[in-house]
Design a protein around this ligand. Sequence first.
Ligand SMILES: [Zn+2]
Length: 252
Amino acid sequence: MPWFNAMTSFEDFYIACPCCSAWLIGKKTKADSVNQSVLYSDGMIINDLIPANPQKIVLCPACGYLFWLQPDACHNSISDSEKLTAYTWPSWRFFGCNLLDNNGRIALINHYWNALKLLRPISVEQEIIIRKSLLWAYNDLYRDADAWKFVDVVRGRINFFYWIISRKFSRKGRVLFESEKPRFETNLLRLIEILEQDANAEPAIIAEFYRELGDFRMAAQFLSKIVRRTHFINLLNSQIQLGDKSVFKVAG
Ligand SMILES: [Zn+2]
């Protein structure tokens, strides 16, 4: 699957590492260039196959320093000479992990676990950011697993050999997800614990996290607190009734 859609356009921004002052080049999507936005039940948004949720933690590719990306640290331009030595986006985006590879996806998960240990002190909001990123990274192991079906080969949408490779890749991702289950659950339980102490937390999100944990009784209990029925709530309810804990596509 192509990672970049030709229709999406980007603009550059620049950040300086707070430790070694190296310049890092980042890219952000121009909002008006997005054609298709996909929302998943875990809150992840993908615009034209590119994750839209902004990266908040950066591992400096020059010195290995891990830091929170503050919005005011982003510059719109730097000098041409600084651009010559600046680090490219792929060198630090998602900690440099290749998310088109299952090993890269596991590496991203490990980076988030390390961030939880290394970034101290940490506020509740920051812990939520890391743990949600961790949840998305886990779900990424199988999120697009059903993207291509055999019928797509029959209809000529994809090449047969590409379909075989993609199916093998997806199955490996599922196996890795299952092998990571204890840590996946530890993360979800902590997220739920934090959100249950927050009076402003949305019951739908807590219900979704309980569902992904496989605790359908608690998921239904939180869902029953919601009066207003939306498309998402209806879908969530049917997945809970089915006893399905996989992440699902809400819209797009
Ligand atoms: Zn640095």
